[in-house]
Write a protein that binds this ligand. Structure first.
Ligand code: B3K
Ligand code: ZN
Length: 884
């Protein structure tokens, strides 16, 4: 809970640790009423330390039982305690510190440190959770070799796990069991893990390319044994992919994954003992949607890839978090792209970036991917650190090209193996290996905010030349009013009547890889820059920021005709999709105006014909067709309009959807029929594409409100055997006016009440209902026996989905949605501060709405601020939001 004065920590104050811990020996005595933790730390003064004689250890909410130096017990007068710090003066240069603490995992609701979930003991130590287990130098630049002894009642906790290799396992005379684990790789405390429980184990193996046979185990509750195949397959694919694409092999003989129900985020990459949220590991067709299958594959890969990008080479301090997270997200997106449809993956990633990340970058919590300061590090596991961080690594990949990027990553891993390093070390390795100057590029690490590119084009028919003028700027963000220009890779092409034209860039020698071909990457560096293309027989349409080559907002005033040409002819899938989105935005603009003038919304004929052509094109990736038919989301619209009039935008978008549905009703029905199949379920790219297009068509026909459409949804709900189709049909029923929905919801609950992950989807589908009265429904569902506010998945499914994704109901005109969110934040602030502060995010965006709305949102922030005992997590987010 909040100190009197929550303090800000600054990157500029970084000091190397005064002591190092060569060896860490831990002993856990796990009991029902308490856990005793004994540690033996082999400490030595750090030769690289600048100053300081005292040893200052971190500890939080610990009951200290004893301390001893080299076998001699200390008395309380030998140490000083101040907040989370325990200082020992006049310690030797090299010694063993023994410490005994008592903790109460069964009462730990923060899900940080050692806690219990569904009867098992488990840990979460990143970022600063180890200090809730024992006194330690809980910072990532202190790396130690861990040996862990676990003692627990054998009948209750037959499985005892920690990092590394099992050294011994014995049954003790009193019915308890003792396991000893040893991890030979030095690691920071945040990668420590312990699990004790009654778990089933699904086992497989993988042989690395150098011939090491690795035992792969997934530990789950017995009832979930049949839901591990997909995670296991994903793990093996990730291991192979990292060998092939990055030359990285696994380095131990065991790799364990444990699934737990109560978990604050997706998963955790503890060395050789990954702990996962059940939602990111369990999957089977009857209970899991296509999106769920893809998430399992992506998260398993992400955590596995951390073994190199995060564990073997770790972060010096938490300001460098994006060093491991940005890089690892880049790695997992490339992996997912390779496993499925690259364009679809790119569109999904960019959509997340353009909504959540752009919003963060424009709000009170905006921070560079390498922040300069924070109050609570848990608040910095953000879309900026992760997704924008990944885009920054992607830009390095674009600037260097795949071969030189690989030389860079090889050098980075070689040079820094076993070290705790900085983002600068990463960039330097990329620079040293490639010879590419990344000097100006480093601004991406130090500056917050989304850069904007304003581009204009001029065709000179006589000269056959086309001149692009590119201006860049970046808005002010908290603490950064002036921004230096960025180095932006701008991938582009020029599209003629019949497709992409050859590029000749004036003043640039033809390079077989770039110029004199049909696409190139322009190095945008100056506030304003011109690029002249020659030998152009016709006026081209520029295709800009292909593949979304940089995380920027690009403005070019395209005409409808130009966008239609790009939508038809652009050879870059992402840009084709984006052209379609820009056309749709013009339609939404027109719809807003029409509704304002009291007129009916009609979609433009050209737009309808373009949609019809896309829907009819069976040669296109069907998942792309489904994506192209989705109108820009309300979250994306909220990034484009100022101020945001939530209800006007919602109504316009809705009316446009109906207009499209009516105009193309026959086409949607044809697509719906064409996409039916009775193949056995597989989470393959082809099947996922077909289902997503089918369910997209269903959503359009249902929005016409016809009886035939409702009947189709009912029959799909009743007959489908996979969760993707079943849930899609349920969602259509919940969102439309029909007499079957209550029955459908009840039936769904009855069928799945014993599957918590399915019940979460049941909560979510109701929380996302766009119809009036949803807030009351959500409030009543909070009293449902299946709801549990202590379980983060349930909180996210019901409260998080309502406040974060149900724009029209959260922003109810009477402000009740804001009051509801504030109530939930206040109640979670004590039990689980991390979840409370994450939930709060929608309120922090108050500044972009209409003035009356702003006031209502701020009132609720002020109400939270007035609460006594605010956690640092909530305090930081609320105070920064109110300071805007
Ligand atoms: N590294 C963890 C995140 C830990 C969050 C702690 N509050 C999961 C991941 O990014 O892989
Ligand atoms: Zn990660």
């Amino acid at each position: 809970m909040r100190d009197a004065q929550p303090s800000t920590i600054y990157l500029k104050d970084y000091q190397p640790p005064a002591f190092l811990i060569d060896k860490t020996e831990l002993r856990f005595d796990l009991q029902e009423s308490e856990t005793l933790v004994q540690s033996r730390l082999h400490l030595r003064r750090n030769p690289a330390a600048v100053s300081g004689t005292a040893l200052v250890l971190h500890g939080c909410e610990l009951e200290l039982l004893s301390l001893a130096i080299d076998g001699t017990a200390l008395s309380p007068s030998d140490w000083q305690q101040n907040g989370e710090q325990l200082s020992l003066n006049n310690v030797p240069d090299d010694f063993v510190l023994e410490c005994e603490t008592r903790i109460f995992p069964q009462n730990n609701t923060s899900l940080e440190g050692l806690y219990k979930s569904s009867g098992m003991f488990c840990t979460q130590c990143e970022a600063e959770g180890f200090r809730k287990i024992s006194y330690y130098l809980d910072r990532p630049d202190v790396m130690s070799v861990f040996t862990v002894e676990i003692i627990a009642e054998k009948s209750l906790y037959p499985v005892l796990l920690s990092n590394g290799n099992l050294q011994s396992l014995e049954t003790l005379a009193d019915g308890r069991q003792r396991a000893v684990w040893h991890d030979p790789f030095p690691k920071p405390a945040y990668l420590f893990a312990l699990v004790a429980g009654d778990l089933a184990c699904v086992n497989d193996s993988f042989t690395t390319r150098s011939g090491r046979k690795v035992d792969l185990n997934i530990y789950v509750e017995e009832k979930d044994r049949d839901k591990c195949d997909h995670a296991m397959t994903s793990l093996k694919k990730s291991m192979r992919w990292d060998e092939e694409v990055y030359g990285r092999e696994y380095d131990l003989d065991i790799f364990n994954i444990v699934a737990v129900d109560d978990f604050n985020m997706g998963a955790m990459e503890n060395k050789s003992l990954n702990i996962f949220n059940t939602s990111c590991v369990l999957a089977k067709p009857e209970t899991t949607t296509d999106m769920g299958f893809q998430r399992v594959e992506g998260v398993v890969a992400h955590e596995y890839f951390h073994n190199w990008s995060g564990n073997r080479v770790t972060c010096r301090d938490w300001f460098q978090l994006s060093l491991k997270e940005g890089f690892t997200v880049f790695r997992d997106s490339e992996f997912s792209a390779d496993m499925g449809s690259p364009t679809v993956k790119r569109v999904e990633d960019v959509s997340l970036l353009r909504t959540a990340q752009f919003a963060e970058d424009a709000g009170p919590m905006a921070h560079p991917i390498r922040p300069d300061s924070f109050i609570e590090i848990s608040n910095f596991y953000t879309v900026t650190i992760y997704e924008k961080g990944a885009e920054v690594v992607r830009m390095i990949h674009t600037l260097l090209g795949p071969e030189r990027f690989r030389q860079g990553s090889d050098l980075y891993f070689d040079r820094h193996d076993g070290q705790a390093v900085t983002c600068e070390d990463f960039v330097k390795a990329m620079e040293d290996a490639s010879g590419v100057d990344l000097g100006q590029f480093r601004n991406w690490y130090s500056q917050a905010g989304t850069p904007e590119l304003n581009v204009t084009g001029r065709y000179d028919a006589d000269a056959g030349s086309y001149t692009l003028t590119v201006k860049q700027s970046c808005p002010a963000t908290p603490g950064q009013s002036e921004k230096a220009p960025y180095h932006i890779p701008l991938a582009m092409a020029l599209i003629g009547e019949a497709g992409a034209l050859r590029l000749n860039l004036a003043g640039v020698e033809a390079d077989p890889e770039t110029a004199d071909n049909t696409q190139c990457v322009l190095d945008v560096r100056a506030p304003e820059q011109e690029f002249v293309f020659t030998d152009l027989p016709e006026e081209p349409v520029p295709s800009l920021l292909r593949g979304f080559s940089a995380p920027v907002k690009l403005h070019f005033s395209y005409s409808r005709e130009q966008l239609l040409r790009l939508m038809r002819n652009d050879s870059d899938g992402f840009s084709r999709w984006d052209a379609g989105q820009q056309l749709a935005l013009m339609e939404i603009d027109a719809a807003v105006e029409a509704l304002k003038a009291g007129k009916a919304v009609v979609a433009d004929d050209d737009f309808i014909e373009a949609c019809r052509a896309v829907l009819a094109d069976e040669s296109l990736d069907q998942a792309m067709v489904a994506l192209m038919m989705q109108l820009p989301s309300e979250a994306y619209l909220a990034e484009l309009y100022r101020p945001v009039d939530v209800h006007a935008l919602h109504d316009a978008r809705d009316a446009l959807r109906k207009a499209i549905a009516v105009a193309l009703s026959d086409t949607f029905w044809a697509v719906y029929q064409r996409c039916q199949s009775d193949e056995d379920y597989e989470p393959s790219a082809g099947q996922i594409a077909r289902r997503s297009l089918k369910n997209c068509a269903l959503s359009y026909v249902v929005c016409t409100g016809s009886d035939q459409a409702i009947a189709a949804a009912v029959s799909q709900f009743e007959q489908s055997r996979n969760m993707t189709d079943r849930l899609a049909a349920l969602s259509q029923l919940v969102n439309s006016d029909n007499s079957y929905k209550a029955q459908a919801l009840q039936r769904f609950y009855q069928d799945w009440q014993h599957e918590p992950l399915v019940i979460n989807q049941w909560f979510q589908v109701q929380a996302m209902c766009q119809l009036p009265g949803t807030l009351e429904k959500v409030q009543s569902l909070m009293g449902h026996p299946a709801f549990d506010i202590r379980n983060p998945n349930k909180v996210r499914a019901l409260i998080g989905a309502f406040c974060g994704q149900n724009t029209v109901n959260f922003h109810r005109k009477d402000g009740a949605g804001y009051g509801f969110l504030a109530d939930q934040v206040i109640s979670l602030n004590r039990s689980n501060p991390q979840i409370a502060s994450r939930l709060l995010v929608p309120l922090t965006k108050w500044a972009k709405y209409l003035p009356t709305v702003q006031e209502r949102m701020r009132e609720q922030l002020q109400r939270i601020m007035a609460e006594p005992d605010l956690s640092n997590d909530v305090y930081e987010v609320v105070s920064k939001s109110l300071a805007e």
